[in-house]
Design a protein around this ligand. Sequence first.
Ligand SMILES: Cc1cc2nc3c(=O)[nH]c(=O)nc-3n(C[C@H](O)[C@H](O)[C@H](O)COP(=O)(O)O)c2cc1C
Length: 309
Amino acid sequence: MSRGSLVLQVARQLRSLWRNLQAHWDDAWQFAWASGLLSDREATARAAHVLKTAHRLDKGLALPNPRPGFGSDAARLLSQQLERHFELSGPDWVWREGQEALIRNAQHAAGVPPSGLSVPMSARRVRDSARGRFPELVRARRSIRQFAPGPLPNGCLQRAAELASLSPSVCNRSGARVWIATDPEQRRQVLALQDGHQGFGDQASAVAVITVDMSVFHTVGERHQAWVDGGLFAMTFIYALHHEGLGTCCLNWCVTPKTDREFKQSMGLPSRETVVMLVAVGCLAEQFTVAHSPRRPLSEVLRNLEKTA
Ligand SMILES: Cc1cc2nc3c(=O)[nH]c(=O)nc-3n(C[C@H](O)[C@H](O)[C@H](O)COP(=O)(O)O)c2cc1C
């Protein structure tokens, strides 16, 4: 390579590096400004706090053996959040859902069994719906936090991974990967740094780690693409397992860069792969319950774009 083209190449690399830093800096500002990181002035940020705390309570009731009296801290926090929410937003659906969760928590504290306070499900309903029409399949998929023991059916993870690999990806880059742990000690190690599987993760028969190989992206504009492609891949993987009559629960990978590095090193994951989420996979019990997980009304989700001049 001539000296001139080498200089040109280094200049291009430095420009890409600079643009990448600028993009991350902009992302950081955009996130700080638009998210609830610094303030909950926005109604949606306040609502998110209420929904998150209510979910903590409802999720506890959908665990196999909820600790008696669990959730008293969360219930106190939720009461405060609801009071503030009521003052600023009035008795909207978020406020009502929060109140319902508080009532369920109080009923549990008063001795009502958790099975009466979460949503009843059966393996049969999931199996029948999962083989039915698409709306039924979607409605019957729920996050499962009560697994039955036992190995997964032969080949189910391979079949699900094969279907997931048919998910769309930007320019068909196909960067998503899924790493499976079935051995109990390996599952324990995978979950050790994850916050959100407590009370049920150890019952899953497998834990999947969904990653995306970042080396398939090469422009600054693609810096968030891993999460989009990885999310689409994960959804297909989850529906495929649901179609097999199995239970899954997405597990967040909301960790600091330090934890992320530690995890990847300890699991031997390639450093070019970014972890998108984990998925607990297990067998369904004949009868079980799932958490109340209220959704936003369609009027808040489906919007028409305003015509611009
Ligand atoms: C990316 C992602 C991460 C999640 N992480 C957790 C988790 O760590 N622990 C957990 O119990 N549920 C987790 N969930 C499940 C959500 O709580 C659940 O999807 C939501 O409450 C809706 O309930 P449903 O899946 O039963 O419809 C996660 C979901 C997603 C999409």
